[in-house]
Design a binder for this molecule. Structure first.
Ligand SMILES: Cc1cc2nc3c(=O)[nH]c(=O)nc-3n(C[C@H](O)[C@H](O)[C@H](O)COP(=O)(O)OP(=O)(O)OC[C@H]3O[C@@H](n4cnc5c(N)ncnc54)[C@H](O)[C@@H]3O)c2cc1C
Length: 305
Protein backbone atom coordinates (compact mmCIF):
# COMPACT_ATOMS: atom_id res chain seq x y z
CA UNK A 1 0.00 0.00 0.00
CA UNK A 2 1.71 3.25 -1.06
CA UNK A 3 1.95 5.96 1.59
CA UNK A 4 0.16 8.52 -0.65
CA UNK A 5 -2.87 6.17 -0.79
CA UNK A 6 -2.86 5.82 3.00
CA UNK A 7 -2.62 9.60 3.54
CA UNK A 8 -5.50 10.23 1.08
CA UNK A 9 -7.70 7.52 2.63
CA UNK A 10 -6.97 8.65 6.17
CA UNK A 11 -8.04 12.20 5.25
CA UNK A 12 -11.58 11.04 4.30
CA UNK A 13 -13.99 12.27 7.01
CA UNK A 14 -15.79 8.89 7.50
CA UNK A 15 -12.45 7.10 8.00
CA UNK A 16 -11.33 9.75 10.50
CA UNK A 17 -14.62 9.46 12.41
CA UNK A 18 -14.32 5.68 12.59
CA UNK A 19 -10.70 5.64 13.72
CA UNK A 20 -11.28 8.39 16.29
CA UNK A 21 -14.31 6.69 17.83
CA UNK A 22 -13.28 3.06 17.83
CA UNK A 23 -11.67 1.67 20.97
CA UNK A 24 -10.12 -1.04 18.82
CA UNK A 25 -7.41 1.38 17.66
CA UNK A 26 -6.62 2.84 21.08
CA UNK A 27 -3.55 0.63 21.68
CA UNK A 28 -2.07 1.71 18.33
CA UNK A 29 -2.85 5.37 19.06
CA UNK A 30 -1.31 5.03 22.53
CA UNK A 31 1.82 3.60 21.02
CA UNK A 32 2.51 6.86 19.18
CA UNK A 33 0.83 9.50 21.41
CA UNK A 34 2.04 10.09 24.97
CA UNK A 35 -1.37 11.07 26.36
CA UNK A 36 -4.09 13.69 26.13
CA UNK A 37 -2.69 16.00 28.79
CA UNK A 38 0.57 17.82 29.43
CA UNK A 39 0.94 16.06 32.79
CA UNK A 40 0.69 12.60 31.19
CA UNK A 41 3.21 13.56 28.51
CA UNK A 42 5.59 15.01 31.10
CA UNK A 43 5.38 11.78 33.07
CA UNK A 44 6.41 9.79 29.98
CA UNK A 45 9.10 12.36 29.16
CA UNK A 46 10.63 12.08 32.62
CA UNK A 47 10.70 8.29 32.30
CA UNK A 48 12.58 8.67 29.00
CA UNK A 49 15.03 11.07 30.68
CA UNK A 50 15.49 8.52 33.48
CA UNK A 51 16.71 6.21 30.68
CA UNK A 52 19.25 8.91 29.81
CA UNK A 53 17.41 10.03 26.68
CA UNK A 54 16.38 13.62 25.91
CA UNK A 55 12.95 14.83 24.81
CA UNK A 56 11.25 17.32 22.52
CA UNK A 57 7.68 17.78 23.68
CA UNK A 58 5.05 18.44 21.00
CA UNK A 59 1.53 19.75 21.66
CA UNK A 60 -0.43 18.19 18.79
CA UNK A 61 -2.44 20.44 16.50
CA UNK A 62 -1.95 22.23 13.20
CA UNK A 63 -3.76 24.68 10.92
CA UNK A 64 -5.72 26.63 13.51
CA UNK A 65 -9.11 27.80 12.25
CA UNK A 66 -9.24 31.09 14.18
CA UNK A 67 -7.05 33.57 16.03
CA UNK A 68 -8.60 32.40 19.31
CA UNK A 69 -7.45 28.84 18.60
CA UNK A 70 -3.90 30.01 17.85
CA UNK A 71 -3.81 32.12 21.04
CA UNK A 72 -4.95 29.08 23.05
CA UNK A 73 -2.11 27.02 21.51
CA UNK A 74 0.38 29.77 22.38
CA UNK A 75 -0.81 29.69 25.95
CA UNK A 76 -0.32 25.89 26.05
CA UNK A 77 3.24 26.35 24.73
CA UNK A 78 3.90 28.76 27.61
CA UNK A 79 2.49 26.29 30.13
CA UNK A 80 4.75 23.59 28.66
CA UNK A 81 7.82 25.79 29.12
CA UNK A 82 6.77 26.65 32.69
CA UNK A 83 6.16 23.02 33.64
CA UNK A 84 9.42 21.84 32.01
CA UNK A 85 11.27 24.46 34.09
CA UNK A 86 9.91 22.74 37.22
CA UNK A 87 10.95 19.26 36.09
CA UNK A 88 13.91 17.46 37.61
CA UNK A 89 14.97 16.86 34.00
CA UNK A 90 14.50 20.44 32.78
CA UNK A 91 17.87 20.47 30.99
CA UNK A 92 16.89 17.48 28.88
CA UNK A 93 13.46 18.62 27.62
CA UNK A 94 12.74 21.23 24.93
CA UNK A 95 9.64 21.83 22.78
CA UNK A 96 8.67 21.47 19.13
CA UNK A 97 5.98 23.74 17.70
CA UNK A 98 4.23 24.34 14.37
CA UNK A 99 3.81 27.75 12.75
CA UNK A 100 0.30 26.81 11.52
CA UNK A 101 -0.54 26.23 15.19
CA UNK A 102 0.74 29.76 15.91
CA UNK A 103 -1.85 31.01 13.40
CA UNK A 104 0.04 31.12 10.08
CA UNK A 105 -3.23 30.58 8.18
CA UNK A 106 -4.72 33.58 9.99
CA UNK A 107 -1.83 35.86 8.95
CA UNK A 108 1.94 35.96 8.82
CA UNK A 109 2.38 38.94 11.16
CA UNK A 110 -0.04 37.39 13.67
CA UNK A 111 1.84 34.05 13.65
CA UNK A 112 5.21 35.75 13.92
CA UNK A 113 4.16 37.77 16.92
CA UNK A 114 2.91 34.60 18.66
CA UNK A 115 6.08 32.74 17.72
CA UNK A 116 8.27 35.57 19.08
CA UNK A 117 6.33 35.53 22.34
CA UNK A 118 6.96 31.79 22.72
CA UNK A 119 10.66 32.36 22.06
CA UNK A 120 10.84 35.11 24.70
CA UNK A 121 9.18 32.83 27.25
CA UNK A 122 11.61 30.04 26.30
CA UNK A 123 14.54 32.44 26.68
CA UNK A 124 13.37 33.35 30.19
CA UNK A 125 13.28 29.65 31.00
CA UNK A 126 16.58 28.98 29.24
CA UNK A 127 14.94 26.63 26.78
CA UNK A 128 14.90 25.89 23.05
CA UNK A 129 12.02 25.86 20.54
CA UNK A 130 12.20 23.71 17.41
CA UNK A 131 9.89 24.65 14.55
CA UNK A 132 8.56 21.52 12.84
CA UNK A 133 8.34 21.61 9.04
CA UNK A 134 4.89 21.12 7.52
CA UNK A 135 3.55 20.70 3.96
CA UNK A 136 5.46 22.34 1.09
CA UNK A 137 3.02 25.27 0.82
CA UNK A 138 4.57 26.45 4.11
CA UNK A 139 8.27 25.67 3.51
CA UNK A 140 9.42 29.03 2.13
CA UNK A 141 7.35 31.03 4.63
CA UNK A 142 8.66 28.95 7.54
CA UNK A 143 12.29 29.39 6.53
CA UNK A 144 11.81 33.12 5.89
CA UNK A 145 10.14 33.66 9.27
CA UNK A 146 12.81 31.68 11.09
CA UNK A 147 15.55 33.65 9.36
CA UNK A 148 13.90 36.98 10.35
CA UNK A 149 13.38 35.91 13.94
CA UNK A 150 16.94 34.51 14.16
CA UNK A 151 18.32 38.07 14.26
CA UNK A 152 16.72 38.48 17.73
CA UNK A 153 16.42 34.92 19.06
CA UNK A 154 19.08 32.22 18.86
CA UNK A 155 17.09 29.69 20.91
CA UNK A 156 15.29 28.27 17.90
CA UNK A 157 15.97 25.86 15.07
CA UNK A 158 14.44 24.46 11.94
CA UNK A 159 13.55 21.15 10.29
CA UNK A 160 14.42 20.32 6.67
CA UNK A 161 12.86 17.50 4.63
CA UNK A 162 15.10 15.53 2.27
CA UNK A 163 12.23 14.61 -0.08
CA UNK A 164 12.03 18.24 -1.32
CA UNK A 165 14.19 19.16 -4.33
CA UNK A 166 15.08 22.49 -2.68
CA UNK A 167 16.54 21.03 0.50
CA UNK A 168 20.25 20.82 -0.30
CA UNK A 169 20.24 24.61 -0.82
CA UNK A 170 18.34 25.10 2.44
CA UNK A 171 20.86 22.89 4.25
CA UNK A 172 23.68 25.11 3.00
CA UNK A 173 21.79 28.25 4.06
CA UNK A 174 21.27 26.87 7.58
CA UNK A 175 24.93 25.85 7.86
CA UNK A 176 25.88 29.40 6.83
CA UNK A 177 23.49 30.92 9.41
CA UNK A 178 24.59 28.51 12.16
CA UNK A 179 20.99 27.52 12.89
CA UNK A 180 20.33 24.17 14.51
CA UNK A 181 18.67 21.93 11.93
CA UNK A 182 16.77 18.67 12.31
CA UNK A 183 16.98 16.60 9.12
CA UNK A 184 14.01 14.33 8.31
CA UNK A 185 12.90 12.46 5.18
CA UNK A 186 9.50 14.24 5.11
CA UNK A 187 6.03 12.98 6.05
CA UNK A 188 3.48 14.92 3.93
CA UNK A 189 1.72 14.13 0.68
CA UNK A 190 3.70 16.08 -1.92
CA UNK A 191 3.48 16.30 -5.74
CA UNK A 192 6.41 15.24 -7.92
CA UNK A 193 6.80 18.90 -8.96
CA UNK A 194 8.37 19.63 -5.55
CA UNK A 195 9.46 16.27 -4.06
CA UNK A 196 11.21 13.06 -5.15
CA UNK A 197 8.55 10.40 -5.75
CA UNK A 198 11.13 7.58 -5.40
CA UNK A 199 12.07 6.53 -1.87
CA UNK A 200 15.60 5.59 -3.02
CA UNK A 201 16.22 9.19 -4.16
CA UNK A 202 14.96 10.52 -0.80
CA UNK A 203 17.28 8.15 1.08
CA UNK A 204 20.23 9.18 -1.12
CA UNK A 205 19.54 12.88 -0.55
CA UNK A 206 19.12 12.25 3.18
CA UNK A 207 22.56 10.65 3.53
CA UNK A 208 24.27 13.38 1.50
CA UNK A 209 22.59 16.21 3.44
CA UNK A 210 23.15 14.55 6.81
CA UNK A 211 26.88 14.30 6.04
CA UNK A 212 27.01 18.03 5.21
CA UNK A 213 25.25 18.88 8.46
CA UNK A 214 27.40 16.54 10.53
CA UNK A 215 30.59 17.94 9.04
CA UNK A 216 29.73 21.65 9.08
CA UNK A 217 26.38 22.25 10.81
CA UNK A 218 25.70 23.63 14.28
CA UNK A 219 24.54 20.78 16.54
CA UNK A 220 22.36 19.09 13.87
CA UNK A 221 19.67 16.55 14.72
CA UNK A 222 19.70 13.45 12.55
CA UNK A 223 16.09 12.31 12.81
CA UNK A 224 15.50 8.87 11.35
CA UNK A 225 14.77 5.27 12.33
CA UNK A 226 16.45 3.95 9.18
CA UNK A 227 19.03 1.46 10.42
CA UNK A 228 21.04 1.31 7.19
CA UNK A 229 21.33 5.10 7.10
CA UNK A 230 22.25 5.25 10.79
CA UNK A 231 24.96 2.64 10.21
CA UNK A 232 26.41 4.61 7.27
CA UNK A 233 26.35 7.89 9.21
CA UNK A 234 27.98 6.30 12.26
CA UNK A 235 30.81 5.18 9.99
CA UNK A 236 31.08 8.71 8.54
CA UNK A 237 31.24 10.23 12.03
CA UNK A 238 33.99 7.77 13.01
CA UNK A 239 35.99 8.35 9.79
CA UNK A 240 35.74 12.14 10.07
CA UNK A 241 36.45 12.05 13.82
CA UNK A 242 33.31 14.03 14.61
CA UNK A 243 32.80 14.14 18.35
CA UNK A 244 29.44 12.61 19.44
CA UNK A 245 28.74 15.72 21.53
CA UNK A 246 28.44 17.79 18.31
CA UNK A 247 25.11 16.33 17.15
CA UNK A 248 22.13 14.26 18.27
CA UNK A 249 20.00 11.45 16.88
CA UNK A 250 16.25 11.96 17.10
CA UNK A 251 13.42 9.42 16.93
CA UNK A 252 9.69 9.41 17.46
CA UNK A 253 7.96 8.26 20.63
CA UNK A 254 6.96 4.61 20.31
CA UNK A 255 9.18 3.81 17.32
CA UNK A 256 12.34 1.68 17.53
CA UNK A 257 12.89 1.99 21.28
CA UNK A 258 15.63 -0.64 20.89
CA UNK A 259 17.57 1.65 18.54
CA UNK A 260 17.07 4.66 20.85
CA UNK A 261 18.53 2.80 23.83
CA UNK A 262 21.25 1.16 21.72
CA UNK A 263 22.59 4.46 20.36
CA UNK A 264 22.51 5.99 23.83
CA UNK A 265 24.44 3.01 25.22
CA UNK A 266 27.08 3.65 22.54
CA UNK A 267 27.51 7.16 23.95
CA UNK A 268 25.47 9.19 21.46
CA UNK A 269 22.95 11.92 22.36
CA UNK A 270 19.44 10.67 21.56
CA UNK A 271 16.29 12.81 21.73
CA UNK A 272 12.76 11.41 21.52
CA UNK A 273 9.93 13.47 20.03
CA UNK A 274 6.99 13.14 22.42
CA UNK A 275 3.57 14.26 21.10
CA UNK A 276 0.49 14.76 23.30
CA UNK A 277 -2.99 16.26 23.09
CA UNK A 278 -6.35 15.30 21.67
CA UNK A 279 -5.70 16.62 18.13
CA UNK A 280 -3.75 13.46 17.34
CA UNK A 281 -5.41 12.34 14.12
CA UNK A 282 -3.22 14.03 11.41
CA UNK A 283 -0.01 13.05 13.24
CA UNK A 284 -1.32 9.50 13.67
CA UNK A 285 -2.18 9.25 9.92
CA UNK A 286 1.37 10.23 9.00
CA UNK A 287 2.72 7.46 11.25
CA UNK A 288 0.39 4.97 9.53
CA UNK A 289 1.56 6.08 6.11
CA UNK A 290 5.20 5.46 7.05
CA UNK A 291 4.46 1.87 8.00
CA UNK A 292 1.87 0.24 5.73
CA UNK A 293 1.59 -2.69 8.17
CA UNK A 294 0.01 -0.29 10.70
CA UNK A 295 -2.51 1.00 8.15
CA UNK A 296 -3.25 -2.52 6.96
CA UNK A 297 -4.24 -3.47 10.52
CA UNK A 298 -6.73 -0.57 10.60
CA UNK A 299 -8.17 -1.35 7.15
CA UNK A 300 -8.60 -5.02 8.02
CA UNK A 301 -10.42 -4.08 11.22
CA UNK A 302 -12.71 -1.65 9.37
CA UNK A 303 -13.85 -4.30 6.91
CA UNK A 304 -14.14 -7.15 9.41
CA UNK A 305 -17.77 -7.94 10.31
C1 LIG B 1 12.21 13.40 15.78
C2 LIG B 1 11.47 13.45 14.48
C3 LIG B 1 10.84 14.63 14.13
C4 LIG B 1 10.16 14.71 12.90
N1 LIG B 1 9.66 15.93 12.48
C5 LIG B 1 9.14 16.03 11.24
C6 LIG B 1 8.75 17.30 10.71
O1 LIG B 1 8.87 18.35 11.34
N2 LIG B 1 8.24 17.34 9.44
C7 LIG B 1 8.11 16.20 8.68
O2 LIG B 1 7.66 16.27 7.53
N3 LIG B 1 8.45 14.98 9.17
C8 LIG B 1 8.96 14.88 10.41
N4 LIG B 1 9.34 13.63 10.88
C9 LIG B 1 8.93 12.40 10.16
C10 LIG B 1 9.90 12.03 9.05
O3 LIG B 1 9.78 12.94 7.98
C11 LIG B 1 9.64 10.60 8.54
O4 LIG B 1 8.36 10.54 7.99
C12 LIG B 1 9.77 9.52 9.59
O5 LIG B 1 10.85 9.78 10.44
C13 LIG B 1 9.97 8.13 8.95
O6 LIG B 1 11.13 8.14 8.20
P1 LIG B 1 12.48 7.34 8.61
O7 LIG B 1 13.59 8.32 8.42
O8 LIG B 1 12.37 6.76 9.94
O9 LIG B 1 12.67 6.29 7.46
P2 LIG B 1 11.72 5.17 6.84
O10 LIG B 1 12.45 4.67 5.67
O11 LIG B 1 10.33 5.68 6.67
O12 LIG B 1 11.67 4.07 7.98
C14 LIG B 1 12.81 3.33 8.35
C15 LIG B 1 12.39 2.29 9.38
O13 LIG B 1 11.91 2.94 10.57
C16 LIG B 1 10.81 2.28 11.13
N5 LIG B 1 9.62 3.16 11.07
C17 LIG B 1 9.54 4.37 10.45
N6 LIG B 1 8.32 4.92 10.64
C18 LIG B 1 7.61 4.02 11.38
C19 LIG B 1 6.28 4.01 11.90
N7 LIG B 1 5.45 5.02 11.70
N8 LIG B 1 5.89 2.94 12.63
C20 LIG B 1 6.74 1.91 12.88
N9 LIG B 1 8.01 1.87 12.41
C21 LIG B 1 8.45 2.91 11.67
C22 LIG B 1 10.62 1.03 10.32
O14 LIG B 1 11.39 0.01 10.91
C23 LIG B 1 11.20 1.44 8.96
O15 LIG B 1 11.64 0.33 8.21
C24 LIG B 1 10.05 13.55 12.08
C25 LIG B 1 10.70 12.38 12.46
C26 LIG B 1 11.42 12.32 13.62
C27 LIG B 1 12.12 11.05 13.95
Amino acid sequence: MPSSFILKTAALPPVERLVRRSFLFRPLVRRFIAGDTLEEALGHSESLCDRNLQVSLDYLGENTQSEAEALAAKSTYSQMLDRIAESRHREKINISIKLTQCGLDQGEAFAESNFREVLRRAQEKDNFVRVDMEGSEYTARTIEMLTRVWADHKNTGTVLQSYLYRTTEDVDQMIELGMRTRLVKGAYLEPSSVAFPEKSKVDEAYVEQAKRLLARGHYPAIATHDEAIIRELKQFVADEKIDPSRFEWQMLYGIRRDLQDGLRAEGFNVRVYVPFGDAWYPYFSRRLAERPANAFFILKSLFRK
